[in-house]
Design a protein around this ligand. Sequence first.
Ligand SMILES: Nc1ncnc2c1ncn2[C@@H]1O[C@H](COP(=O)(O)OP(=O)(O)OP(=O)(O)O)[C@@H](O)[C@H]1O
Length: 259
Amino acid sequence: MSEAILQARGLTKYYGKVTALDRCDFDLYPGEVLAVIGDNGAGKSSLIKALSGAVQPDGGEIWLEGEKVTFESPIAARAHGIETVYQTLAMSPALSIVDNMFMGREIRKGGILGKYLRKLDKPRMERVARDKLNELGLMTIQNINQPVETLSGGQRQGVAVARAAAFGSKVIILDEPTAALGVKESRKVLELIQDVKARGMPIVLISHNMPHVFEVADRIHVHRLGKRLCVVDPKEITMNDAVAYMTGAKEPPSELAAA
Ligand SMILES: Nc1ncnc2c1ncn2[C@@H]1O[C@H](COP(=O)(O)OP(=O)(O)OP(=O)(O)O)[C@@H](O)[C@H]1O
């Protein structure tokens, strides 16, 4: 297997007396969809928050493309190419699709006057937004100047993923991307995950939805009580077994135990 693009060793996070992450390991390889599953409280959110700079781990190390990194904030993680799409999506509903896509990364006009006045290059932003949505097969959205609040849940998720994929990201972390969606919209988001993967971008998928996980994941990290319990190939185990490992109803065979 190639070198991991994002890796963690021994990540530990305490919230007071609660150990949310207990010497947790993590490995994401280029071009894969990696699902992280675990029962409520298994530490999935704490893991992605640590990987994306939203919380500071109390122990352990994170490596990005072979370099040890510390992200003191989500902005720092984004600057390194780690994009996280949370369930809440962090979008401004009243603003347009294009404004949401470029929030905090607006393109300014060039030239002495443009630079001096810091004017937005709206036509360029619109062009880039359209291209990105197009690339990801999201052009069912006709008008990129329409407010995000007029979009369906699936379309919003699409815009959030397109935004995450738009700026030279190295890793996209999706936190429960289908949890709030209906059947048809979920299907679109699953297709979108495949499209992003086809563009060579690795994805970390946090989900409680086992059929969705088993449909799109190349590998699965099973978490229990803050630890990565085992790493499984969804083609080689059943959903029932994965759930049994998660909940502790069954122990994984020793050859699956995470290194
Ligand atoms: N901000 C916090 N303050 C106190 N305890 C927390 C905090 N965040 C998480 N925890 C605790 O840490 C443990 C792991 O929580 P975490 O949210 O990481 O798990 P999870 O696997 O994402 O769960 P879920 O599937 O319910 O979202 C839980 O016991 C949780 O109650």
